[in-house]
Design a protein around this ligand. Structure first.
Ligand code: ADP
Ligand code: MG
Length: 680
């Protein structure tokens, strides 16, 4: 403990204090040149003076001195550093220089470092019991491991965790993440048998693509619950594409979480509600939920939330209902949600829960208790946990109107029943468990690789400077990647257009193109379904005239095959500064920017990701076919997304792509790109 202090209130004091109070099982070596002992433990003037080998150095001396101390640690053969000290990269200038020096020292000696600018780490293993943080609340030992990018929040969270009886296996406050990142810890915890659930508080992803790669595997073994701040950070950005306009700052996080099955919490409270459930109850076998309550109101609210979360209200067996009726007071309702009413005593209540949990149609139960007679609280709580234990099914409890310190609440949480003050919280936590289970049962996705006409792709991007490529170049690039593209030909004048139309085949589409025509249809520069040369001739003339009147000078025209029918979809790419290549899927057309009904994926995506993207938009039922409509070619859309993923991987200088629209036909008829904007 370098910077251990005798002065109460100093971080170097609290750190040693916490280690001692937490009954640390190892040996502490306080380092302080001005003290012979700290907290009664012999102190050393410097690291080199410590007579024994040392595993970990926790450093809390002023920033200026940290690189030199790290150097001493390296020479001593210490492999791990936790740098608590602030005043590094986060303050810029001199701090950044110091941080670079510090990292260089770590690399030189092969040390790994957490921090700087962090609040420390915890190892809750009963054989270790190391609380090397300055958090005031000693953590309980347990199975939840937790990384926090914010020190202050880390303190608050450890405090809350204790109140909810959530025990900590490992904790790390990451600080500036100069060396060890959240991804590193995720990887370390993947096979850590002490860690059953992983929690993360994230402010920014260091390397989102790595996160996806790592988290995908970890989630198959244990749940990851994440709280990401900055959800609504204003995402106003100059952009030339629909895809760009649709991608707020949260698109990347959404993609990363969805793709990996990371469960996202919307608040600290929700994070812990879920953590409590995961860390103390078995995963539900399915999504059929029974509610046993002693009051109608909260049961209805709970039911609403269960349905809203996509879970089901279990249909109880007739035998179960009959048996519950026998146990229940007269006015009770035995239809799920079961309302035992305030007349039920703890014994009746427990009996009902017992019967419900025995019903094979029930996967999980939420028990709601509004204490009518406070005296019964403890008997009720005991009855619930004892019954739950016998059945091994998932049981959560809503202890309405009581506090987290009431005796019934404490009795429940300390016997492994996650307990919530509100019915919706219980429903949401249960839903997180069901959703996690569903994700884990989904097949592991596969990457796909398609053959590419590389010469053609290169030609389409030739002479690439910044800015948009023409429609023809864009479409040609897509064709090289195996997309189905409407037959198109660029022309300069009418005669060329007529010749092109013969080749493309009537009916055709005429579009004026050029840098002034970002949104062609807005400028009335798109004419559809031209049946014959006469119509093409007339349309050409009027389009030219209209453009001239509006002082728009087209660079040229496009004669294109008219694609009849089909639903308009948008596929796109936006290279996000923080996240990298984000792929977009949505139902397209002119309303796309208003409806914002889109799904995101971080390239490279797998077939499972493509399937998820297409299915996760709200309007997916329209693609399945409504009111007797035939279903659309969903496979073709998935394949197009996979091809797009490959394309953006091959060409890092492509900044944005808008395929709007891609017209998807009936199942088996494919999806045809009719408009492509590719921006380098
Ligand atoms: P822009 O997006 O620049 O306004 P588009 O080329 O996307 O221009 O054309 C506008 C709309 O016209 C499309 O959203 C689509 O509804 C329709 N459209 C364009 N090309 C075709 C085509 N080849 N076949 C059928 N409809 C088309
Ligand atoms: Mg378009």
């Amino acid at each position: 403990m370098v910077g251990a202090s005798r002065q109460p209130g100093k971080i170097g004091y609290v750190l040693v204090h916490n280690l001692i109070v937490g009954e640390y099982r190892g040996t502490i070596y306080p380092v302080n040149p001005n003290a012979t002992s700290v907290h009664g433990i012999r102190a050393y003037p410097n690291v080199a003076a410590i007579p024994d080998p040392v595993d970990l150095a926790v450093i809390c001396v002023p920033a200026e001195h940290v690189p030199a101390i790290a150097e001493e640690c390296g020479k001593k053969g210490i492999r791990g550093l936790v740098v608590i000290t602030a005043g590094f990269g986060e303050v810029g200038g001199r701090g950044e220089t110091l941080e670079r020096q510090l990292v260089a020292v770590c690399r030189k000696h092969g040390m790994r470092m957490i921090g700087p600018n962090c609040m420390g780490i915890i190892n809750g293993d009963p054989e270790v019991r190391m609380n090397a943080t300055f958090a005031p609340t000693p953590p309980l030992p347990g199975s939840v491991s937790f990384t926090s990018q914010s020190g202050a929040l880390g303190v608050a969270i450890l405090d809350h965790a204790r109140r909810l009886n959530i025990g900590i296996a490992k904790f790390a406050s990451l600080g500036n993440k100069a060396d060890v990142s959240g991804n590193d810890l995720l990887q370390a915890w993947e096979d850590d048998s002490a860690t059953k659930t992983i929690l993360m508080y994230i402010e920014s992803f260091g390397n989102p693509q790595n996160y996806v790669r790592i988290a995908r595997d970890v989630v198959r073994k244990k749940p990851i619950l994440a709280l990401k701040s900055g959800r609504t950070e204003a995402g106003a950005r100059a952009t030339k594409s629909h895809t760009g306009a649709l991608g707020g700052s949260d698109a990347g996080a959404e993609a990363v979480f969805e793709q990996t099955g990371t469960l996202r919490a919307n608040s600290i409270e929700e994070l812990f509600d879920a953590a409590m459930a995961f860390s103390s109850q078995p995963l539900p076998r399915g999504s059929r939920v029974a509610i046993v309550s002693d009051a109608g109101g909260p049961a209805v609210m709970c039911t609403d939330e269960i349905i809203a979360q996509g879970l089901e209200i279990a249909k109880l067996d007739a035998k179960t209902k009959a048996a519950v009726l026998e146990a229940a007071p007269e006015s009770a309702s035995v239809e799920n949600p079961i309302d035992m009413t305030a007349h039920a005593d703890a014994a009746k209540y427990t009996r009902a829960l017992d019967l419900v949990l025995a019903d094979p149609a029930v996967d999980a139960a939420i028990v709601i208790y509004v204490p009518p007679i406070v005296r019964e609280e403890l008997a009720f709580a005991r009855g619930v946990w004892e019954t739950a234990r016998r059945h091994g099914k998932t049981v959560l409890c809503n202890f309405l109107g009581r506090s987290e310190t009431s005796e019934g609440f404490v009795e429940l949480v300390s016997h492994g029943i996650p307990t919530y003050l509100f019915p919706e919280s219980a429903a949401r936590a249960l839903a997180a468990m069901v959703h996690y289970r569903e994700f884990r049962e989904r097949p592991v996705g596969q990457a796909r690789h398609f053959p590419v006409d590389t010469a053609r792709a290169a030609a389409a991007l030739q002479g690439a400077g910044h800015g948009p490529r023409t429609e023809v170049e864009g479409l040609s690039l897509l064709e090289a990647y195996g997309f189905t593209v409407a037959r198109s030909q660029a022309v300069k004048g009418l005669e060329e257009a007529l010749a092109a139309a013969e080749k493309v085949g009537y009916p055709v589409v005429l579009k004026a193109t050029g840098p002034d025509l970002l949104h062609k249809s807005e400028a009335k520069a798109v004419a559809l379904d031209l049946a014959d040369p006469g119509e093409l001739r007339r349309t050409f003339a009027s389009m030219e005239q209209r453009l001239a009147e509006n002082r728009i000078r087209p660079a040229g025209f496009l004669v294109q095959e008219f694609v009849r029918g089909g639903k308009e979809c948008i596929l796109g790419l936006q290279r996000d500064k923080r996240f990298g290549p984000l792929l977009l899927f949505g139902l397209g057309g002119i309303y796309v920017e208003y409806l914002k009904d889109v799904a995101w994926g971080l390239a490279p995506i797998t077939d499972a990701d493509a399937a998820r993207m297409v299915r996760s938009i709200r309007t997916y039922p329209l693609l399945q076919g409504v009111r007797g409509e035939p279903p659309s070619d969903i496979r073709a859309l998935e394949e197009a997304l996979l091809r797009l993923s490959q394309l953006v991987g091959d060409h890092p200088h492509i900044h944005e792509i808008d395929l709007n629209p891609v017209l998807v036909g009936e199942a088996g008829k494919g999806a045809t790109v009719v408009d492509a904007r590719v921006i380098l």
